[in-house]
Design a protein around this ligand. Structure first.
Ligand code: PEP
Ligand code: MN
Length: 359
């Protein structure tokens, strides 16, 4: 095993940190940033994109193979293993031949099972570490499927990177975090450490700390943060990159909380958890009763030839219930999703009553 991150992650100082520029631009640029990072906040891995999948064809698409020795030499100089993105078999071949320590698969590649399979086939038989970013769309199983393809190719040392999900013009994020998806991955594949990439989630410097802190509070294993000596002049993702000095400040500001509860805290937490479990039981019992009433209404609608959905009535229900959000100290978004879920279940019950046997 080259790095065996899966088994060795605990040996690194938490959080496991990956830093370095979005793109490798020149020999001097990557050396300068590597030296500064190594002094300020020595990360566990030095990142640098050699081949850049860009949304528009006229953007900078990476320096290509010529940049591999620049990245590797910079890593060697400061004693930090290096990682770059690969998107096809040619990239894999060139990166492995040059001696890149860890490969990562980008979000635009994870989304395509053919491309993932091509990469898996190209690295079969090696002991390289592979980090897989989530697909750009919030599809947990597509992410799981990519890991399965690498596992089938005999790759054991796998790490996940959560970089958020594409969205059209979001006021807060470049890529919305949908935290339930990486949490789902932790549940599905507990053996795979999950690292968060606040740079691509936030899309701007000011949002990095908030996202990084949240990832730490959700017990993520590490962080990948784009770092550039002159961020405003970066050839890609200029708005979200920070200087090595800013990276140091960010890391110092992070509050690291312990992942398990010991000693005196246990009593208090146990009591609260019991109370929560009881409330959950009550909520479920109430939902059961609510659905029984829905079924009775379904019977009535059936006998009287009335449709399940009456749009005007449903609109009124939403308005009335959401108007209570403030008073209940619950967000409108949350109440709306609860209402939608209850409504869907209620429609399912009434459909069963009206058309028995029909799905
Ligand atoms: C990157 O890490 O620079 C990158 C292109 O990321 P993503 O695949 O998450 O868009
Ligand atoms: Mn980037």
């Amino acid at each position: 095993m080259k790095l065996d991150l899966r088994n060795n992650l605990k040996k690194y100082k938490r959080p496991f940190l990956i830093a370095g520029p979005c793109s490798v631009e020149s020999e001097e640029q990557v050396m300068e940033v590597a030296m500064a990072i190594a002094v300020k906040t020595k990360p566990a891995l030095l990142r640098g994109g050699i081949w850049k999948p860009r949304t528009r064809p006229d953007s900078f698409e990476g320096v290509g193979t010529i940049g591999l020795p620049w990245l590797i030499n910079a890593g060697k100089k400061v004693g930090i293993p290096v990682t770059t993105e690969v998107a096809n078999a040619k990239h894999v071949e060139a990166a492995l031949e040059a001696g890149v320590d860890v490969l990562w698969v980008g979000a635009r590649t994870t989304v395509n099972p053919f491309a993932v399979q091509e990469i898996a086939d190209a690295i079969q038989g090696t002991d390289i570490t592979v980090m897989v970013k989530n697909p750009i769309n919030p599809d947990l199983m597509l992410w799981v499927g990519a890991f399965e393809r690498f596992q089938k190719a005999g790759i054991q040392d796998l790490v996940a990177i959560h970089r958020g999900f594409s969205v059209y013009k979001h006021p807060k994020y470049r890529n919305v975090p949908n935290w339930e998806i990486p949490i789902g991955l932790m549940e599905e594949m507990p053996e795979i450490p999950v690292i968060c990439d606040p740079s691509h989630i936030s899309g701007e410097r000011d949002g990095l700390l908030h996202v990084a802190q949240k990832a730490m509070d959700l017990n993520f294993a590490g962080l990948m943060i784009e770092t550039h000596s002159h961020p405003d002049k970066a050839w890609s993702d200029a708005k979200q990159q920070i200087t090595p000095a800013q990276l140091k400040i960010l890391m110092d500001q992070l509050i690291l909380r312990k992942a398990s509860i010991h000693g005196e805290d246990i009593g208090f937490i146990e009591i609260q958890r019991k109370k929560i479990a009881e409330i959950d039981d009550q909520l479920f019992e109430l939902l059961k009763q609510r659905m029984q009433i829905s079924r009775a209404v379904g019977d009535y609608k059936k006998e009287n030839g009335v449709t399940i959905l009456q749009t005007e009535h449903w609109k009124k229900i939403i308005e009335q219930r959401l108007s209570k959000a403030n008073e209940l100290e619950l967000s409108i978004d949350f109440l709306r999703s609860v209402l939608d879920a209850i409504h869907q279940e209620s429609i399912r019950h009434q459909t069963e009553v009206m058309n028995p046997g029909m799905k």
